[in-house]
Design a protein around this ligand. Structure first.
Ligand code: ADP
Ligand code: MG
Length: 309
């Protein structure tokens, strides 16, 4: 929703509010009438009305435990193609959650994202949700021909599978955030089961280089993560994001690789899977920080037909 859509807010008032830093409905909803009055040069009563309308449009209220239980009962799961990896995840990639795939270049993040884009379209008894895909591709690594191979591996019509994947190319971090907003609109239609952001962090890294811009980057990334969380929860969609790793120079014992984005990404992701290459073309997925599952590892393969045990 845009500021202009609030009753009593025209283009001029919206402009003044934006200039004063009230860029989102949530900012208006939590403001005091006096703040808006000063910012937009409107009367206090008009300001109160706008604030109330903003609150209503956000539909903020507590959920009861029962309501949350009912919502949880709707959680769907998408098979990764590997039964051991599915088991590690408690039955597959969950809806109403963000799953982060992180690992080095070539560790299999994009392959799993492609596989899930096929699998989510399968019927429920085959590990899918019978739903469509939105794929935000920031690294230009989405390959229709790879989808064709994986669809054929599953014995389903590649054309139909490709038809049901909507791809957006994001060439900078602002673009990426805009695509997420657009995705939010499309997801309300109800036929999408999976939203992929591959990669979550690369454009943010490119746009905000140097120490001075780190705080700003993290702030924007935080907003992006919250937008993705909301899309997943509200529409009962699985959100899958990929992330790179970097080497921490201060870690002397154990594995020095950490995911990009720090706590902002780590805390917003419900499931985090650390992927790495192993001997003989095998891959290892390690579940990290799950709210309700034990940590553990799964060994799987990426073949021409796709992800499998
Ligand atoms: P990243 O983690 O950087 O996203 P990818 O998911 O793109 O990495 O993984 C790339 C790897 O996937 C390749 O190195 C290769 O091992 C494997 N792979 C890609 N395409 C195929 C294919 N058609 N058949 C078998 N393996 C493939
Ligand atoms: Mg990739």
């Amino acid at each position: 929703m845009e500021l202009e859509e609030l009753p009593g807010v025209g283009e001029t008032t919206a402009g003044k509010l934006m200039d004063a830093g009230f860029r989102e409905i949530a900012a208006i909803a939590t403001a005091r009438p006096a703040d808006l009055k000063d910012a937009a040069g409107i009367g206090e009563i008009a300001a109160s009305r706008i604030i109330n309308a903003a609150k209503e449009s956000l539909d903020i209220r507590f959920l009861t435990g029962k309501e949350l239980q009912e919502k949880r009962a709707l959680v769907g799961r998408i098979t990764t193609g590997s039964s051991v990896l599915d088991t590690l995840l408690g039955g597959g990639i969950e809806t109403q959650a963000i799953t982060e795939l992180f690992g080095e270049f070539g560790s299999g993040k994009t392959q799993i994202a492609h596989q899930l884009s096929v699998n989510v379209q399968l019927p429920k008894d085959q590990g899918g949700l019978g739903k469509k895909v939105i794929y935000i591709d920031t690294e230009n690594t989405f390959r229709p021909e790879r989808i064709v191979q994986m669809a054929e591996g599953r014995g389903v019509d590649p054309d139909e599978i490709l038809e049901n994947i909507r791809i957006a190319k994001a060439s900078n971090s602002d673009d990426q955030m805009l695509w997420a907003e657009k995705a939010s609109d499309i997801c309300q239609e109800g036929d999408v089961g999976l939203l992929v952001v591959d990669s979550l962090t690369s454009q943010f890294r490119a746009d905000y280089t140097g120490r001075g811009s780190l705080a700003e980057r993290q702030q924007k990334l935080n907003r992006h993560m919250h937008a993705l969380q909301k899309i997943g929860f509200v529409n009962n969609i699985a959100v899958v994001v990929t992330n790179q790793v970097m080497s921490r120079p201060d870690v002397f014992f154990g594995d020095p690789t950490v995911a990009i984005g720090g706590h902002v990404v780590g805390h917003a992701a419900t499931f985090r899977i650390y992927l790495r290459k192993s001997k003989g073309g095998k891959r290892v997925g390690r579940l990290i920080d799950s709210p309700n599952l034990p940590e553990g590892e799964a060994i799987f393969k990426v073949t021409t037909e796709g992800v499998m045990d």
